[in-house]
Design a protein around this ligand. Sequence first.
Ligand SMILES: [Zn+2]
Length: 89
Amino acid sequence: MPRRRYRTHSLRKTHVRTPGGRLVVHYEKRKKGIPKCAICKKPLAGTVRDPRDVPKSKKHPNRPYGGYLCAECLHRELTLAIIEKYSTA
Ligand SMILES: [Zn+2]
């Protein structure tokens, strides 16, 4: 049984051959997924996979829904929302 802190699915096991010829298990963090647009699922530009060591200004685009919707989907949705708002008046 591995140590308590290694008993988690957020770590992946890799097998490493030591210089002495033994096969030992190493635990490493899983790769995070690429941020994708919530509507069209395209990979988002201007975002990072792992935001821990990156300054805040580089984590996602500085606009409403930045890092959640791509620019085209945001433009389309805003346009539709404005048309819908003023069509009844
Ligand atoms: Zn999109």
